[in-house]
Write a protein that binds this ligand. Structure first.
Ligand SMILES: C[S@@+](CC[C@H](N)C(=O)[O-])C[C@H]1O[C@@H](n2cnc3c(N)ncnc32)[C@H](O)[C@@H]1O
Length: 451
């Protein structure tokens, strides 16, 4: 198994991506919204399966020095790179194993968090089964796993497009996957039928993922999406329970057509069926599902618990005529770039918390904010000779996206790249690049402190 899987990936190109919704701080907040209490991330035992070069887990090990991290991947070159980066960062709280999940016996479990991004839909059936039975055996009591997968029917037309792209590519291996998608896009020009419009929108959507993600997702060696209901079946079979989705914004009912909003409540007694119906109506293609051992108790979330969650502002907070909401929005705007708890944001103006909570959940559901466990402090000023954090410098040297304090990947423009490359060689005065350094400060790329 190990050899064949390793051979499937191009040796020089392992996935290097961070996935903000697969961060324990976000998983814990999403689990709480669903009425489950996950362990505190800053002291947790965290395992990542299929960690590739460690791009996702290394920033967590830097940010949480008191947590313990374990990561495995079957691809040896990727593990070599991950270990080299951990060593350069001086990390002692993370261990990378070169191992095949089918055979691996951990010696440091059980785990509070098991993360498997880009794994379930990208491996064969034996490994799918193993992943879920592994979670059942190695999750600590009260621990949670977060598993991502591609979903049907959202992938129904994407799969044949990817298959065709692979077939067309065989004749000319010089072309990149993006080139092939561009070719397919050109082939749809001039067609106006609803089918052609739909086809083109999917081709464009795939292209927008960029070369690397396209290669590991649509064009990956294995890409085997499943229905949400299938996932639930597999999970129950393994003795696990479903908690909810870690991606708070994809739970937004506004994604649904108004017709659906009047019909879906009829199945209130069967929330899983409601989710499957919503997947059909929205064409959803991806899930980050949070699961747990069977005996985790669900209890309604209390106001005090919600107030301890911190807020990442991701979009523009709208102006509103409702005075209390506008006061809250203004407070969040004024606090930027600080990431404070709801309690801290609200206490300042003595805003009534109970009336604000539904609005806060609405903002999380539509992607304007993301709730997380743990506030973040950013440096108050740009130093006279700023430099990127050690981790960001390593990512930059590797040509990988930088990971900000919220675990978002940052694609830098050429102008940013030039300034940063120069500062890596020698710390230079801020000078005329103050605007660039200010953006980096606000993203925590000049350092940040978790509270
Ligand atoms: C699609 S990549 C996803 C990488 C990363 N988690 C991400 O989402 O960006 C799948 C990863 O799983 C690893 N993998 C596949 N089969 C495995 C196995 N049997 N045991 C451990 N790792 C495996 C691959 O080497 C690869 O790094």
């Amino acid at each position: 198994m190990s050899d064949s899987v390793t051979a499937l990936y191009n040796q020089s190109e392992y996935p290097s991506m961070s996935h903000p919704s697969m961060h324990p701080a976000v998983i814990a907040a999403s689990a709480l919204l669903a009425g489950f209490r996950a362990p505190c991330p800053s002291t947790a035992r965290i395992l990542e399966i299929g960690c590739s070069t460690g791009h996702h887990i290394l920033p967590m090990a830097v940010a949480y020095p008191h947590a313990t991290f374990t990561a495995i991947d079957v691809a040896l070159p990727a593990i070599h790179q991950a270990r080299a980066d951990a060593k350069e960062l001086g990390l002692t709280n993370i261990t990378f194993h070169h191992a095949d999940l089918l055979e691996w016996l951990p010696d440091d479990g059980p785990y509070d968090y098991i993360l498997a991004h880009g794994f379930l839909s990208w491996v064969n059936d034996a490994l799918k089964e193993k992943l879920l039975s592994f979670c059942h055996t190695h999750l600590a009591s009260g621990g949670v796993a977060c598993i991502s997968y591609n979903t049907l029917p959202g992938w129904a037309l994407r799969l044949p497009i990817a298959e065709m792209a692979k077939t067309l590519r065989k004749d000319d291996k010089q072309e990149s996957n993006i080139d092939i998608y561009q070719l397919l896009d050109s082939a749809t020009q001039g067609a106006t039928s609803p089918y052609a419009v739909h086809l083109r929108s999917i081709i464009l959507d795939a292209q927008a993922k960029g070369q690397q993600q396209l290669s590991f997702d649509d064009m990956g060696p294995i890409n085997d999406p499943c229905y949400f209901s299938q996932f639930i079946q597999w999970m129950r079979h393994a003795g696990l329970s479903y908690i909810g989705e870690s991606d708070q914004s994809l739970e937004d009912p506004n994604h649904l057509p108004w017709g659906a909003l009047s019909i879906i409540p009829q199945w209130e007694g069967d929330p899983l069926l409601q989710q499957q119906l919503a997947d059909l109506l929205t064409g959803r293609t991806f899930r980050n599902s949070i699961i747990t051992g069977k005996h985790q108790q669900q209890e309604p979330v209390r106001l005090q618990e919600l107030l301890e969650l911190a807020i990442e502002v991701r979009g523009l907070l709208p102006t509103t005529e409702q005075q209390e909401l506008e006061l809250f929005h203004q407070r969040l705007r004024d606090l930027q770039p600080r990431c404070v708890t709801l309690k801290e944001a609200i206490d300042h103006y003595q805003i009534n918390a109970a009336t604000l909570i539904p609005h806060i959940i609405f903002l999380a559901r539509n992607g304007t904010i993301r709730l997380r466990q743990g506030a973040i402090d950013f440096p108050e000023h740009i130093p006279s000779h700023p430099v990127l954090t050690h981790l960001a410098r390593i990512q930059m040297q590797r040509g990988a996206p930088l990971v900000d304090a919220y675990h978002n990947p940052c694609q830098l423009s050429d102008e940013f790249q030039q300034v940063l490359q120069a500062s890596i060689v020698e710390a230079t005065p801020v000078g005329e690049n103050a605007g660039i350094w200010e953006i980096l400060r606000r993203r925590g790329l000049l350092g940040f402190q978790l509270r």
